[in-house]
Design a protein around this ligand. Structure first.
Ligand code: NAD
Ligand code: MLT
Length: 316
């Protein structure tokens, strides 16, 4: 398939290399990260372009897609395409592509950082020092060495988290309906069904897409099957861990702490979870590194150029 792309609109903050690569290949580029906040103007403008590049802030809903009468391709500089109505795009014959591997390592490192922070309550300790207090007794941590980390979703990020946390001496177990045990054992993860996994885990980290099968995957029932004090991390998508059940489990001690990068609503509708003393919250920073942002920006631009040159389409 060969697409003629003359004009591309970029509506979110992406690394400048994206614009450069597109321009170097003869594509006219307009980048405006504010226009999307004025829906009427955005819908009128988008009709002029045959390509659109977004990160996660732009919601490419059916009305945007239907207004974009010349649009041929939507590029997501990142992994999740949950901010794009892919069904509406498909109905209009618009290609949707992402850059699935570009931020894997950054998201994996952020997950590992949250696990480490949870084990020693580092953010709360930092806060006391900033407050001018020297309170050593309040912060007795526990080693990661010898603990069991359960990884739900053994794709790109889940695998990289496993490899890194093994170096801390953690035993890694996991579940994924697609990745079999024969594959996960090659990167040191013992595959097991969720029912076996819940009672074994000291830490649980989720790395799945948010789909009906994974919504509230860790909820009241599954928390009840875990060890008391289990610590959890969600650097994937808000809603994989049930936020209401999590708050209750944190309050009654069933959950010993949570590292959260993603939320059902972003920004959250209320900050009850984020402000909980046992929660380490970050505002969706998993992919926010110089390296990952450069990678996804260049990859999406190169993928657009490939489509113009009739090379095979890429995405996941
Ligand atoms: P991936 O597609 O490589 O891996 C996802 C894995 O989840 C797959 O192996 C799939 O088989 C598995 N899975 C699907 N349904 C499952 C289920 N019911 N139970 C268990 N496993 C299931 O994706 P990835 O690149 O590793 O990304 C994982 C998640 O992280 C995605 O939700 C992505 O959007 C998110 N992400 C977040 C950030 C961030 O900034 N926080 C950055 C990058 C990616
Ligand atoms: C992704 O899906 O790529 C992440 O959530 C990070 C991002 O939106 O940049």
């Amino acid at each position: 398939m060969v697409l003629q792309l003359k004009k591309v609109f970029i509506s979110d903050e992406v690394d400048p290399r994206c614009v450069e690569v597109l321009k170097e290949n003869g594509i006219e580029v307009v980048k405006d990260t504010k226009l999307r906040t004025d829906k009427e103007k955005f819908l009128a403008e988008i009709a002029k372009y045959d390509g659109l590049i977004v990160r996660s802030a732009t919601k490419v809903t059916a009305d945007v897609i239907n207004a974009a009468t010349n649009l041929k391709i939507i590029g997501r500089a990142g992994t999740g395409v949950d901010n794009i109505d892919c069904d509406a795009a498909t109905k209009r014959g618009i290609i949707v592509m992402n850059t699935p591997g570009g931020n894997t390592l950054s998201a994996a490192e952020h997950t590992c950082a949250l696990i480490c922070c949870l084990s020693r309550d580092i953010p709360n300790a930092v806060a006391t020092m900033r407050d001018g207090k020297w309170d050593r007794k309040a912060f007795m941590g526990s080693e990661l060495n010898g603990k069991t980390l359960a990884i739900i979703g053994l794709g790109r990020i889940g695998k990289e988290v496993a490899l890194r946390m093994q170096s801390f001496g953690m035993t890694t177990i996991g579940y994924d309906p697609i990745i079999p045990g024969s594959v996960s054992s090659q990167f040191g993860v013992e595959w097991m069904e969720l029912e076996q996994l819940w009672p074994k885990a000291d830490y649980i980290t989720v790395h799945t897409p948010l789909i009906p099968q994974t919504k509230n995957l860790l909820g009241e029932t599954s928390f009840g099957k875990c060890k008391k004090g289990v610590k959890v991390v969600n650097c994937a998508r808000g809603g994989i861990i049930d936020e209401v059940a999590l708050l209750k489990a944190l309050d009654d001690g069933q959950c010993g702490g949570a590292g959260l990068d993603v939320y059902v609503s972003e920004p959250p509708d209320d900050y009850n979870l984020a402000k909980h003393p046992k929660v380490i919250p970050t505002p969706h920073l998993g992919a926010s590194t110089v390296e990952a942002q450069k990678r996804v920006a260049v990859e999406i631009a190169e993928q657009f150029v490939d489509v113009m040159n009739g090379k095979s389409l890429f995405g996941a």
